[in-house]
Design a protein around this ligand. Structure first.
Ligand code: ASP
Length: 337
């Protein structure tokens, strides 16, 4: 399973990548650029950057980038992830391009790359979203392989642990350790966190924007539960005239406040990506009131000029930014509470 600490070591030693915790560089207006949520984004950005630096399309970059994370034994992305409370790994993903084409899948089982299925939904159907068995059937018809049933070693271990109490307290943990509420196991036994959706947004050399998002959602969720990640306008939104936005955190609340689209509209009104994310998170704080401390919600955005920013409700969120071979940076997000 993916370990955040292990990763930071690798990330800081790796050629062409480094980490500057707590420091958001003053950087604006260059392209291409790619951003992705959490520290797994450093590795994903590298794959995306390979596309972007060769004048590739942002859409290809955001697909190939998050496929890296889907391949890792991450607790929360791809088939190695934690299951729902009935023991099934169900995956959600979405993708959107510069023409406002979009596609998504939800509750997809036993398919290795939900992001690529989402792209096929976008390109090869007249629809935007396919779910459950229908999504799987479509994936198979497009040549995807049905992977074996069952859980990864790490997920099996965590699920057994969870089953001991089988307490259904759906919630996304907060990384802010001083402010933890044990809604879900805060840290898994290998040291990784219990959520790490990867959302990626990119601006390519031709000035076009795209975005992607892929996750197993909330660990030990109710069977059939779908979060914000596959919902266009909530987990992800791209408007090629304005920018691209992606979210991570408590899916129910991100849906409730129309997350990514809200940020987009603030950018359209002229706010910087960081201010637009902040305004949207402030709106969520208003909606949640005293319950805001029980959740985490985080947004990242880029605009058409290649300026970027992010904001979280609570401390602990970080995102990866790459805009050159030797600039793949981990940024600690600002936060409200
Ligand atoms: N937003 C995802 C969901 O609610 C979870 C996450 O970002 O970690 O499914």
């Amino acid at each position: 399973m993916f370990s955040r600490r292990k990763f930071l070591q690798v990330g800081s030693l790796g050629i062409g990548s480094f980490s500057i915790a707590g420091f958001a560089p003053k950087y604006a207006g260059k392209k291409p650029i790619v951003l992705s949520t959490w520290d797994a984004g450093i590795r994903a950005n590298k794959a995306a950057w390979n596309v972007l630096k060769n004048n590739g399309r942002a859409l290809d970059a955001v697909e190939q980038g998050v496929m890296v994370t889907e391949n890792e034994q991450n607790c929360c992305v791809g088939l190695g992830a934690n299951p729902d409370r009935d023991g099934y790994v169900t995956l959600d993903a979405s993708i959107m391009d510069e023409f406002a084409n979009c596609g998504s899948v939800a509750c997809l089982e036993r398919i290795k790359h939900p992001i690529s299925v989402a792209r096929k939904v976008m390109e090869n159907t007249p629809h935007v979203m396919l779910v459950g068995q229908g999504a799987q059937q479509f994936a198979l018809s497009q040549g995807f392989t049905l992977e074996k049933d069952g859980l990864s070693e790490g997920a099996e271990r965590e699920y057994k642990k969870w089953l001991q109490k089988s307490e259904y307290k759906p919630g996304i943990n907060r990384e802010n350790k001083e402010n933890q509420i044990a809604a879900a196991p805060a840290r898994l036994s290998d040291g990784s966190w219990n959520h790490d959706t990867i959302g990626m947004i990119a601006l390519d050399a031709n000035g076009n924007l795209s975005g992607s998002c892929t996750t197993s959602g909330m660990g030990f969720k109710m069977r059939g539960r779908v979060g914000d990640s596959p919902i266009i306008g909530a987990g992800l939104f791209v408007d090629n005239e304005v920018g691209a936005v992606v979210a991570t955190g408590q899916g129910e609340d991100i849906i409730r406040m129309g997350g990514a689209h809200t940020v987009m509209e603030f950018m359209r009104q002229g706010l910087s990506p960081e201010m637009a994310c902040k305004k949207a998170i402030e709106r969520l704080l208003k909606i949640k009131g005293s319950k805001a401390k029980e959740i985490q919600a985080c947004m990242i955005a880029i605009n058409k000029q290649g300026t970027y920013g992010g904001y979280a409700l609570q401390k602990g969120f970080n995102y990866a930014v790459c805009y050159a071979d030797d600039k793949n940076i981990l940024v600690d997000s600002k936060f409200l509470i």
